[in-house]
Ligand binder design. Structure first.
Ligand SMILES: [Zn+2]
Length: 310
C-alpha cells in the first residue's frame, strides 16, 4: 500500500476541523437567536422600574451583536469551505451521523479511483488506436467532426475511370472491371499480371475489400461462371501472396485518398512480376522452404522470404 500523502492528510484534517467549527457556530447561533427572542418576548412586562428600560435595551443590543458576530463567523467558515477542494466536501460525508451514509464516503472514493483509471486507460487507448494503421472504419478517431469519407459509395464511373488509369501504369498488367448483377456499389476487378498471377479484387466504391491471388493458369471463375472470391489457390506460393496482399491492402487503405491507396496497392501487386526471379534481400537466395520471396516490404517493395522479413 502506498504511503499517505502528508499534504492530503493535512488538508483533510483541516477540513474536518473547519466542519466541527462550523457545526459549533451554527449551534451557538441557534442558542443566541433563542435568547434574543426570549428577551424580546419577555420585554418589560411586570417590571415597573423604568430605570431598567435602558439596561433591557442594552442587553438586547448586546445579544443582537453576538448574533451578528456568530453569523460573520459562519460566513467566514463557509467561504473557507468554498475555497477548498471538492475533496473537502466529500470528506464531510464521512461526518454525517446518518447510519445509511456510513458507506457513502468509501463508495465514492472507490468510484472516484475507478473513474480516474477509466479516464487514464481511455486516453491511452485513444492514442494507440489513433496510430493503428489496421483500422477499417471510415471515420477518424481524432476528427469525428469532419464529414465522413464517401469513397465507399463512389459512383461506378469513378472506379471505371480510375481502373483505366491504372491500366496505363504497367504494360504487363491488365485490369478489368465487372459488376455482377449490375451492382452500383460493389465491383469485381480482375488483374492479370503477365504469366505470373491472376488476382480478384472486390471493391466497395473506391475501397478494396478483399483480394484473392492465384496462379496465372488457375481459374478465377467457379464452374457456374461466377467469380470465385473465396476459393484459394492450390499453390502455397499464391496462398501466401493472398495473405500478404490482404495485409498490404489494409496497410495502403486510406479513405481520405482512395485513388492513391488503390494505385499504391496496384504498384505493390505489380512488384510480383519478378516473383520467380527475385532474390531475398535478407538471405540473398531465390528459395527458402521451396518458396520464392513472397513478402514485399510495403514502402520499398523489396522482396523477402516470409521468415527473412525485417
Ligand atoms: Zn530470405
Amino acid at each position: 500500500m502506498s504511503a499517505p500523502n502528508p499534504a492530503s492528510s493535512t488538508s483533510t484534517e483541516e477540513a474536518k476541523k473547519n466542519s466541527t467549527d462550523l457545526a459549533a457556530s451554527l449551534q451557538e447561533l441557534r442558542q443566541l437567536s433563542n435568547q434574543v427572542f426570549l428577551t424580546g418576548g419577555r420585554g418589560l412586562a411586570g417590571d415597573q422600574d423604568t430605570s431598567k428600560d435602558h439596561s433591557w435595551l442594552q442587553h438586547l443590543q448586546e445579544q443582537f451583536g453576538s448574533v451578528n458576530s456568530t453569523i460573520k463567523d459562519i460566513e467566514e467558515a463557509t467561504a473557507q469551505f468554498q475555497a477548498q477542494t471538492n475533496v473537502l466536501m466529500i470528506g464531510n460525508v464521512d461526518t454525517d451521523p446518518q447510519i445509511e451514509s456510513f458507506q457513502l464516503y468509501s463508495d465514492l472514493a472507490k468510484n472516484h479511483r475507478w473513474f480516474e483509471k477509466v479516464n487514464e486507460y481511455a486516453v491511452g487507448a485513444s492514442a494507440f488506436l489513433g496510430q493503428n494503421l489496421l483500422k477499417r472504419s471510415y471515420c477518424n478517431f481524432k476528427s469525428r467532426r469532419k464529414p465522413l469519407s464517401t469513397c465507399h459509395i463512389a459512383q461506378p464511373d469513378h472506379l471505371t475511370k480510375m481502373i483505366s488509369g491504372i491500366n496505363k501504369m504497367f504494360n504487363d498488367m491488365k485490369v478489368t472491371v465487372s459488376r455482377p448483377g449490375g451492382s452500383m456499389l460493389n465491383a469485381v476487378v480482375e488483374v492479370h499480371l503477365d504469366r505470373i498471377l491472376k488476382t480478384v479484387i472486390i471493391f466497395k466504391g473506391l475501397m478494396i475489400e478483399w483480394v484473392v491471388v492465384k496462379g496465372w493458369k488457375e481459374d478465377l471463375l467457379k464452374p457456374d461462371g461466377q467469380v470465385d472470391i473465396w476459393g484459394e489457390s492450390r499453390y502455397q506460393v499464391f496462398q501466401r501472396i493472398t495473405e500478404n496482399a490482404n495485409a498490404a491492402m489494409i496497410h495502403f487503405l486510406s479513405p481520405a485518398y482512395p485513388e492513391l491507396a488503390v494505385r499504391s496497392f496496384m504498384t505493390y501487386l505489380h512488384s510480383f512480376n519478378s516473383l520467380f526471379s527475385d532474390k531475398c534481400k535478407q538471405c540473398n537466395c531465390h528459395l527458402q522452404n521451396n518458396l520464392p520471396p513472397t513478402w514485399r516490404e510495403f514502402r520499398t517493395l523489396e522482396p523477402y522470404h516470409e521468415d527473412c522479413r525485417v
